[in-house]
Design a binder for this molecule. Structure first.
Ligand code: IPM
Ligand code: MG
Length: 363
């Protein structure tokens, strides 16, 4: 039996999380595995009900679980709170840090039926299959920061800081993952300007000798942003620091049709965290318009990385592929000639397809 901490959070979180659980429940029946779900508050929802974004019982539940499934945190209601209170900086970042999740894996994979869903040309996006390995517990997000008054106004700074150890562990992980894929690693930095990037690049250069079967390319982050939308098929695994990875993963989502298509796994500690790469989307929250596929695919990553249920994970992914091939779309991935369905209906379709496919395979 696997214990899963369920943290729906804010915005579309409470709408998409139940769809992932729906699919996990089907996996449980079909593969005869038991999941136990315990829900807890996080983010704005926790601020409203408990007075803090990451209540101690939520953190404790995560420590006691085998994996954490998270919807999303944040929204306009809490945007004006100071950093030490707001959902992003008082809940999500400390949760990642406390669980030791230094690596965030964000696959940008274009499901073939969605080639028309991207605003980019079909010839450009087709064949997109890349993985961003984002460093998650260092860099600008966690470096020393300050804002203070001066004689004339204010001064504020954030520092991008990395140690050799921090770079080594994420780069080694990226090399290992590249070995299981197409064995090409692109290390993204800004070594022409930033000192931390120069340490990053030197570290990759030193480590690459240990992985002679993996080809390495160094790329400046600005160029990478351009190459991603120009010729995405040149990328297999991208490894980069926290902030660059945050930005590039949103950009890469356009290749897949929508931000609602990028799942993520935050790993590196005993308990991993699975959350869609997109945010809380307050503009569409509560309207059954959100795309639950990134959440469902995050649950598939949980099956694979936390529970080593590779076959079940692959079955979920192929169920998603078939639902898309049948022409069902949430509004964010709509293209002419397809059928728009709501959040829960999309979850039902994936569950049904999973049940059909798995039964057929078993019989
Ligand atoms: C993400 C999000 C978060 C981040 C925010 C909500 C703090 O943008 O997971 O990409 O910047 O890491
Ligand atoms: Mg982001």
């Amino acid at each position: 039996m696997y214990k899963i901490a369920v943290l729906p959070g804010d915005g579309i979180g409470p709408e998409i999380v139940p769809e992932a659980i729906k699919v996990l429940e089907a996996v449980s029946r079909l593969y005869d595995i038991e999941f136990q779900y315990t829900e807890a508050l996080i983010g704005g929802a926790a601020i409203d009900k408990r007075g803090q974004a990451l209540p101690p019982e939520t953190l404790e539940l995560c420590y006691q679980s085998d994996a954490v499934l998270l919807g999303s945190v944040g929204g306009p209601k809490w945007d004006t709170l100071p950093a030490e209170k707001r959902p992003e900086t008082a809940a999500l970042l400390p949760l990642r840090k406390k669980l030791g999740l230094y690596a965030n894996l964000r696959p940008a994979y274009l499901f073939a039926p969605l080639a028309e869903a991207s605003p980019l040309k079909k010839e450009v996006v087709s064949g997109t299959d890349l993985l961003i390995v984002r460093e998650l517990t260092g860099g600008l997000y966690f470096g020393e920061k300050k804002r203070e008054k001066t004689v004339t106004g204010e001064v504020a700074y954030d520092t991008m800081v990395y140690t050799t150890e921090e770079i080594e562990r994420i780069v080694r992980l990226a090399f290992t993952i590249a070995r299981q894929r197409r064995r090409h690693l692109t290390s993204v930095d800004k070594a022409n300007v930033l000192t931390s990037s120069r340490l990053w690049r030197d570290t990759v250069e030193r480590l690459k000798n240990e992985y002679p079967d993996v080809t390495v390319t160094h790329m400046y982050v600005d160029n990478c942003a351009m190459q991603l939308v120009r010729r995405p098929d040149q990328f297999d695994v991208i490894v980069t620091e926290n902030t660059f990875g945050d930005i590039l993963s949103d950009q890469a989502s356009v290749l897949t049709g929508s931000l609602g298509m990028i799942p993520s796994a935050s790993i590196g500690g005993r308990v991993a965290l699975y959350e869609p790469a997109g945010g809380s989307a307050p503009d569409i929250a509560g309207q059954q318009k959100a795309n639950p596929l990134a959440m469902i695919l995050s649950a598939a990553m949980m099956l694979k990385y936390s529970f080593k249920l590779d076959q079940a994970a692959a079955a979920v992914e192929s169920a998603v592929d078939r639902v898309l091939a049948e022409g069902y779309r949430t509004q964010d991935i709509y293209s002419p000639g397809t059928k728009v369905v709501g959040t829960a209906a999309m979850g039902d379709l994936v569950r049904q397809e999973l049940e059909r496919e798995t039964r057929w395979k078993k019989s």
